[in-house]
Design a protein around this ligand. Structure first.
Ligand code: 13P
Ligand code: SF4
Length: 406
């Protein structure tokens, strides 16, 4: 522990809504944590000395710590991280690329993961025993991942076993956006992990091994991927985990027997905001615009878009577009803002005209990064992500099955 008093920032009644609107040209400015009110009631505990530091001091302190630590530390940043964090990332990428980096940097003793909890867990599973993975703010979770709790998943699995007599022909597939315990479940029962950049390949792998897939936790990624493979919508059924145990997720035995994909009823609240109407309005306002969205968006949104793919795919799509192109994007605002700034010769805009940052990604404020980095300089590891050994073993099986797919 540090010698400072550790406590959570106080909630502030003034909500700086302007800071959070989808302004693609400005991005989000750094303000001291004490003034950053939007999510403060859920912020993780941090020593008091970091509360009031402004942008310049925080940047200088992170840089100084970074320099002292040298090769001992690698900072990974997901595309949705804020500008004041991504500037420090040695590697930035989508969740697939970041998992690969984590598995391929044995020279770094510390992996500081600027992203959310499930990503840091995957890094801990894939990195070596001598490495420590650190999540700057332990409250940076993912609401979608939280929708698939182990107890609900095991209950559903038992119910399917009763219906089919065995689960041998059901391949569990979990999106990277899930807890390590769910990845471990998939490893244990012959399943695999996927990300938004390889979900199609992973479903091919799964259908080569079983008759049906149980897809967790994002119904939209599962449905969009299945539809792209030609699976009819009525053969992809939704499992409502909120119903009481024994309800078969709200399905009949007949529906389950006819299904090829059983979709866990999870979603991302950021991507669910994108709608068909927004796409229609964007096309009206900008005739000839290209629309690219993340596959966590609803089926009808993905169908109406010109392209869909992971955060890395979206970044590449914008980079590859010719000068003068107009591109409407359906994904998190920090990435959209960055792409607009990095490509001033193109018009890049967010399809959603109101607030759409990922509130948990946003919790990685530079005060947290400064705290964990300066602690490392003093030889203290704070906010380490440790996946229990038994979970790690099974989850690694599911992750390595994914990484082995070419
Ligand atoms: P990517 O794998 O495309 O980076 O997406 C991660 C994520 O959390 C999207 O909401
Ligand atoms: Fe989770 Fe959605 Fe945030 Fe991605 S954007 S980390 S799925 S809440």
């Amino acid at each position: 522990m540090t010698t400072d008093t550790a406590r959570s920032p106080k909630p502030n009644p003034y909500f700086p809504i302007a800071q959070l609107q989808c302004e693609t040209d400005s991005g989000i400015d750094t303000i001291p944590l004490s003034e950053e009110v939007a999510f403060s009631s859920w912020q993780g505990v941090i020593p008091e000395q970091y509360w009031s530091l402004g942008a310049d001091e925080l940047s200088a302190r992170v840089r100084a710590a970074r320099e002292t630590l040298g090769q001992d530390v690698v900072v990974l940043g997901h595309h949705y991280q804020r500008e004041d964090i991504i500037q420090f990332a040695d590697e930035r990428g989508d969740s697939f690329a970041l998992a690969q980096y984590a598995a391929s940097r044995p020279e770094s003793k510390y992996i500081v993961f600027c992203g959310v909890h499930f990503m840091a867990e995957a890094a801990d599973i894939l990195s070596g025993d001598h490495q420590r993975v650190i999540l700057p703010n332990m409250e940076a979770g993912c609401s979608m991942a939280d929708m698939a709790a182990s107890a609900d998943v095991y209950q559903a699995w038992r119910e399917l076993e009763d219906v089919f007599g065995s689960t041998e022909d059901i391949i569990p597939v979990t999106y990277m956006n899930s807890a390590a315990s769910l990845k471990a479940f998939c490893g244990k029962y012959g399943g695999v992990v996927c990300t938004s950049s390889n979900a199609g390949k992973v479903l091919d792998w799964a259908f080569a091994r079983g008759k049906r897939v149980f897809f967790f936790p994002d119904q939209h990624l599962g449905r969009n991927t299945g539809a792209a493979m030609g699976i009819p919508l009525d053969q992809m059924v939704l499992w409502n985990w909120r119903l009481p145990a024994g309800s078969l997720g709200g399905r009949t035995v007949d529906e389950l027997e006819r299904s090829r994909v059983i979709l866990w009823q999870g979603h991302c609240s950021v991507h669910q905001r994108f709608s068909l109407t927004q796409i229609e309005q964007a096309r009206e306002r900008h005739p000839g615009a290209q629309i690219v969205v993340h596959p966590e968006c609803r089926y009808e949104v993905v169908q109406a878009a010109d392209a869909n793919g992971s955060t890395a795919y979206i970044a590449q799509y914008v980079a590859d577009a010719p000068a003068g192109a107009v591109i409407g994007i359906g994904t998190e605002i920090n990435l959209v803002s960055r792409l607009a700034r990095e490509h001033p010769d193109k018009t890049v805009f967010c399809l959603d005209p109101v607030v759409c940052p990922c509130s948990t990604m946003y919790r990685v404020h530079p005060a947290y990064l400064a705290w964990v980095m300066e602690s490392l300089v003093r030889g203290e590891v704070v906010n380490q992500i440790v996946v229990p050994e038994d979970e790690k073993r099974d989850a690694r099986i599911a992750l390595e099955r994914m990484l082995a797919l070419k």
